[in-house]
Design a protein around this ligand. Sequence first.
Ligand code: NAG
Length: 402
Amino acid sequence: MLRLIILVAAASAGLASPFFSQPFDLTTRADSLTSSCSTTGSASCHNTSSVSNLCCFESPGGLLLQTQFWDTNPSTGPSDKWTIHGLWPDNCDGTFEQNCDPSRAYTNIASLLSSGGASDTLSFMQTNWVDINGQNEQFWAHEWSTHGTCMSTLHTSCIPSGSVRGTEAVAFFQTVVKLYKTLPTFDWLAGQGIRPSTTQTFTLATLTSALKTASGGFTPALDCSSGALNQISWYFNLRGSIIDGTFVPINAPKAGSCPSSGIRYPPKSGSGTPTTPPSNPGGLPARATIHAIKSGSQIGGLLSLGTWSTQTLATFTLTGTASSFTMTSSKGNCGVSGGSFSCGSGVNPTTFSAVTSGSDLLLASGGSTAWGSDGTPSGSTVFTVFTGSSHSQDYTLTIVGA
Ligand SMILES: *[C@@H]1O[C@H](CO)[C@@H](O)[C@H](O)[C@H]1NC(C)=O
């Protein structure tokens, strides 16, 4: 099925070139295509006056979305990867144009790519840019003709004369793949302890804050289908050309369609990767990340020394049962001494318990789930974690199987 939601018959006045005459001198191949555009000028949607050379400045579609699917019904693509949907040039105000140049609605994308010297891109697409019904060719052609033909910097007038017909589409697919490789949504979630599950649900705040942390500070938009994660949009502006410009990450200007809580992240079926984390007898996870929840929102969690941080969280090994277990990190045993929590080679292990609260499993010391610090971390700042609620920042710690 092609994911053709709205068709705006956009003439894109002034950009569409109705005729293309293929020259005999076929010298420029896609794999050697460069734009010679500067990447130091204004990013798209950030100009303060009109820019005339739209070969080096994406306009009007300067708000670029790299969209990815999490398809579980039927499962599509690798079980540990979100798959590529596309790269869409929205206008700076969030409206958009589509199908801007039917004369360049190329078909047979696979042969365009292999004859254009982009076989590596093609083979990556065959695994990671896949259609839910197996119609990859139609899906790729649709993404190019619907969205790619609206990109001003890929207009044929921006490509060297003498280029093979379709060269700019090859550049489009190469750029989408390159950009997607910088956005490993599955790994970013897993690194924050968020893995597909048949039972667990998540709040939107937990998912967005995990992705914000992992991406270096950028909030994507998350779309849901029947309450389950289905799509993510990572937003960018662009300096220079789609061919070889610099994508500048930005926060999503608007939220996606997911509800604020109860969001499912179902596993993809039919592949060998275990989706249920290993557990101790009684169900306590054997490996977990520890998240800090303050006023209902996740703010980072614990690092391997047991400090509170918004950096990539440590994985802890839990041994025992929910009513009594010990914890270790890569640094050593974890324990509470003099009211402060730490992990390391010289730390005496103490026993903890896990208290169920709604769908969460809370870490408790001496039966209490109250934890606190003297400040809230951000960037590379970390804070000591204390038991009890006598510090300026109070929070709970949730155990998330990893
Ligand atoms: C930015 O440049 C585009 C393309 O020339 C133009 O349409 C738009 O109005 C410009 N924006 C501003 C604020 O001048």
